[in-house]
Design a protein around this ligand. Structure first.
Ligand code: AMP
Length: 196
């Protein structure tokens, strides 16, 4: 199963992706996680990406496309993968399409987590507080001063993908405001219907 989880920052894509990993053993490909790892390891990509990420803006298409192209060729992706936070622009969407068709593969489904913006700001503030309480460093881009920029980037550059995938007949929407288990159940229902 090759699927994309789509939705604004804080919509719950990462949480749901992890649940899918546990249940189906399909790897989660989070470009955010991969970029954060590159920043931590101070690789050339990480050094380039850090300031952009801290400002809540999007890293260049070339960088993320290259990271994903390399990752999907790893053996654990042979049976499928969950793209979490990628693609985020139309250029990336075209790129993933090409990556897959070059390998004779296709996308099964794109699941959009539909959420209310106002709730997102609260969710992100909560995530920052919980991380702090656990004694872990808070992501700079989870700062309430930076989060609105991430939302703006989403509406400007990523939201057009909803129409893009709808037109391809691949888009399914779930109510991302429901509680976590309920969202998982909605996603499983879509995946179940797909397998049949
Ligand atoms: P995330 O953890 O998905 O919220 O991503 C954190 C940050 O990493 C984003 O705000 C961007 O700066 C960068 N990033 C992650 N995925 C992408 C992507 N597909 N395209 C561009 N930038 C990305």
């Amino acid at each position: 199963m090759r699927l994309i989880l789509l939705g604004p920052p804080g919509a719950g894509k990462g949480t749901q992706a992890q649940r899918l990993v546990e249940k189906h053993g399909t790897p989660q490909l989070s470009t955010g996680d991969m970029l954060r790892a590159a920043v931590a390891a101070q690789t050339p990509v990480g050094l380039k990406a850090k300031a952009v990420m801290d400002a809540g803006e999007l890293v260049s298409d070339d960088i993320v496309n290259a990271i994903v192209a390399e990752r999907i060729d790893q053996p654990d992706c042979a049976r499928g993968f969950i793209l979490d936070g990628y693609p985020r622009t139309l250029v990336q969407a075209d790129s993933v399409q090409k990556m897959l068709s070059d390998r004779g593969l296709n996308l099964d489904v794109v699941i959009e987590l539909v959420v209310d913006d106002k709730a997102l700001v609260g969710r992100i503030a909560k995530r920052a507080e919980e991380t702090k309480a656990a004694g872990k460093p808070v992501r700079k881009d989870d700062d309430p001063a930076v989060f609105p920029e991430r939302l703006r980037e989403y509406y400007k550059k990523t939201a057009p993908l909803i129409g893009y995938y709808y037109a391809k007949g691949l888009l399914k929407q779930v109510d991302g405001m429901a509680d976590i288990d309920d969202v998982t159940a909605q996603i499983e229902k879509i995946l179940g219907a797909h397998k049949r």
